[in-house]
Design a protein. Structure first.
Length: 133
C-alpha cells in the first residue's frame, strides 16, 4: 500500500506498539475513513516482529465481526497497519457506554463470541501449519 494514498488525521488511541490514528485512504477516485496503527520508532526488534506477525494473521482472517486489514505500509517510517475504522470508537468504549440496552449487549456478546470462534479456528490451523513446517 502506498504511503501517499493515506492522509493521517487525529489520534484515536495508543497501543502496545505505538499510536492509532484516523485517516483517509484514497483508492482511485474513492476515499475511505480508516484506522492506521503506527509502529513506534523506538520499537524493539521483538515488537517489530510481533507487529508484522499481527499483520500476517489479520491478512488471513475474514469475519463480519472483525475489522479487516486493508494493507500494510512498510516503506519508510513508521510502518503502519491500515484497517477498517470502527465508527463507534473502540469496542471497549462502546460496551461501556450508557446507551446500550440488554438486547444490544447480548448481540455484542454473541458477535464477539462468533469472532473468537473463527479466530481460534484460524489460530489452530496456523499453529498446525507451523508445527508441520
Amino acid at each position: 500500500m502506498a504511503r501517499g494514498n493515506l492522509t493521517l488525521m487525529e489520534e484515536l488511541g495508543k497501543g502496545a506498539f505505538g499510536v492509532v490514528k484516523k485517516g483517509k485512504l484514497r483508492q482511485g477516485s474513492r476515499q475511505q475513513l480508516v484506522a492506521a496503527k503506527a509502529l513506534s520508532a523506538h520499537a524493539s526488534v521483538d515488537d517489530q516482529l510481533s507487529f508484522m506477525q499481527e499483520a500476517d494473521v489479520m491478512s488471513n482472517f475474514s469475519h463480519g465481526n472483525v475489522l479487516t486489514l486493508l494493507g500494510v505500509i512498510n516503506t519508510g517510517e513508521p510502518i503502519m497497519l491500515v484497517m477498517e475504522l470502527m465508527e463507534g470508537g473502540s469496542l471497549y468504549k462502546v460496551l461501556r457506554s450508557d446507551g446500550l440496552n440488554s438486547d444490544d449487549k447480548l448481540k455484542y456478546a454473541c458477535d464477539i463470541l462468533s469472532g473468537l470462534q473463527v479466530g481460534c479456528a484460524l489460530l489452530t490451523v496456523l499453529l498446525l501449519v507451523s508445527l508441520k513446517s
